[in-house]
Write a protein that binds this ligand. Structure first.
Ligand SMILES: [Fe+2]
Length: 240
């Protein structure tokens, strides 16, 4: 503060009101975060009502992604972004017709086209959240392949956001290892081999290594469940 060319310290009362403002801003941030998290849980509840398999799958993809994130040495903020992107990756399936989503047999070309719209739908739902811009973009890219042959944009290599490259591995691993009414899930070791086989074409090879490394450490812990911070609860690992 400048008065007659002399710098003065703020008075005690203005310092206190600045402190009051700072506290208010912090309270508002905290309140905003709480509201965003509640809204996020509400949307996930809608997904659970629509298709409980996709809800459980989303939680497991969250867990597998976080395991990879730890191995990759991501920061706390990056881990939060990864967690939300992973558990919301398939939220666009809310807009996929049940006849396509739950079809036990092979999809026709037309049905597959409808199914392939879900990353764009995930993006459109999530970009409505003011702070979810990056998360929306990560979900948009979760079916992009490392070799550029994925969809919807055909992004290649590191053009694909890191979180999306991690989610693709976690997503494919869960699809291979979870048991469905029409087929039994593969053992983890067999699924690791499959990931390695498509490492460098479908998947980022470095991230495949980190994922397998992380999952082997997880197996040593021998825990039956995993924790998802946003949901503030544990889920059983067994996908059956
Ligand atoms: Fe997906």
């Amino acid at each position: 503060m400048k008065k007659n060319n002399v710098f003065e310290l703020p008075s005690m009362s203005s310092a206190l009101s600045l402190l009051g403002m700072a506290t208010l801003v912090e309270d508002l941030k905290h309140e905003n975060k709480k509201i965003s998290e509640q809204a996020a849980r509400t949307i996930l509840k809608a997904l659970d009502c629509k298709d409980s398999y996709t809800f459980g799958h989303s939680m497991r993809v969250g867990y597998f992604s976080l395991v990879t994130g730890v191995e990759a040495g991501l920061s706390t903020d990056e881990m939060v972004e990864l967690e939300l992107s992973a558990i919301f990756h398939d939220i666009g399936k809310i807009g996929t017709p049940d006849a396509v989503l739950n079809k036990p047999s092979r999809l026709t070309e037309e049905e597959f086209g409808i199914m392939k719209e879900h990353p764009v739908k995930s993006y459109e739902i999530l970009r409505e959240f003011p702070h979810f811009e990056k998360i929306a973009l990560n979900t948009l890219s979760h079916h992009e392949r490392y070799d550029g042959k994925g969809y919807p944009q055909g992004l290649k290599g590191e053009e694909i956001p890191l979180a999306a490259r991690i989610i693709l591995i976690a997503d494919t691993f869960d699809a291979m290892t979870s048991t469905r009414p029409y087929r039994k899930g593969l053992p983890y070791e067999v699924a690791f081999e499959e990931l390695l086989m498509f490492s460098g074409s479908q998947f980022d090879p470095h991230l495949v290594k980190l994922f397998i490394q992380g999952m082997k450490k997880e197996a040593l812990k021998g825990e039956k469940d995993f924790f998802i911070p946003l949901m503030a609860k544990k889920f059983v690992k067994d996908a059956a």
